[in-house]
Design a protein around this ligand. Sequence first.
Ligand SMILES: [Zn+2]
Ligand SMILES: [Zn+2]
Length: 370
Amino acid sequence: MKTTDTGKKTMRRLLKATIWVVSVIVIIALAAAVFQKQILTAVATKIIQQRFANQSQKYDDRLYAGLAGSGGPFPHHNRVGPCIVVKAGDHLYIVDAGEGSARNIALMGFQMGKIEAILLTHFHSDHIAGLGEIMLRRWAGGSNAKPVDVIGPTGVETVVEGFNRAYRLDAGYRVAHHGSATVPPSGAGGGASPFSLSAEEDASVVVIDDGGVRVTAFKVNHAPVSPAVGYRFDYKGRSLVISGDTVPCQSLKKQSQGVGVLFHEALQPSMIKMIRDQAGLSPSPSMAKIMADIPSYHTSPEDAAKIAQGAGVKHLVLYHILPPPPAVLKGMFLGDSSKYYPGPITIGEDGMLFSLPVNNDKIHVRNLLK
Ligand SMILES: [Zn+2]
Ligand SMILES: [Zn+2]
């Protein structure tokens, strides 16, 4: 009898506890249902505040390079077309305007309205496809009354004129909708600033010299694409070079002497050959021919490493990655690079920010999209 009483008591306690737990769950569920709108509003407000805070982040007096686009023309789910944001003190510049790069520049928290100039290395479509969107966001994001300066070798006039024309109707809609004070009609699009280089293979020209920032354009070899240039940035004793597209090139090596970071394009020929060998599986009849052609005007990771070593570069970052390797094949992409260059080699990823303090020789790396 005693055992039965104890069993009943236990059952009652269990029942009470269950009723209590279920009641609490029901009350929470009811509260959540009643206050759902308020809870979601609080969450959304927090997210919006966080996004705006990201755009207002303070930068120290350093030379920064943000890899907004690390890819080449190959489509890839997390590598957009080539684009590097350079911030030197208060100055903000963009080098190349790959497809999708405008979104990454914004997501990385750079204030697009403050872009002072866009510099183009050459006019292959993968380097200019995002130009219209970057110019648009720079105009609308900063209520700018003057078009953004688009600096490039001769030919940049044609590119800028084309984008300005293509975006002219859009600009009209935005002025009509937001008003001239918010989007001054005079500031839409870009203004081309072409420069020319002398005939020498290692020709160079200073294209920006402003408030301690010096930007030098120099000839590279991307034949038959000509002109094609790379850019060197100098700011308060720190420096970096961006290769653009090129074969291994003496003028690039000369300009890269002692720089902190060399952003060098890279194509791994052995992997491109593997794609070429399998090209029969592709629905595209031109795949084999294109894979056969492209190694002739790019640089292998190994050759980029040799240039970095010869120039005494502190950190080599490969970008414009062809083909974009999955994580398991990154070693295959780098090949024998580390044999030729003992310093750090980074396979660039979208969102990476390299920062070079002006008072020491350190280089810090983090990813703003992770
Ligand atoms: Zn390219
Ligand atoms: Zn190219």
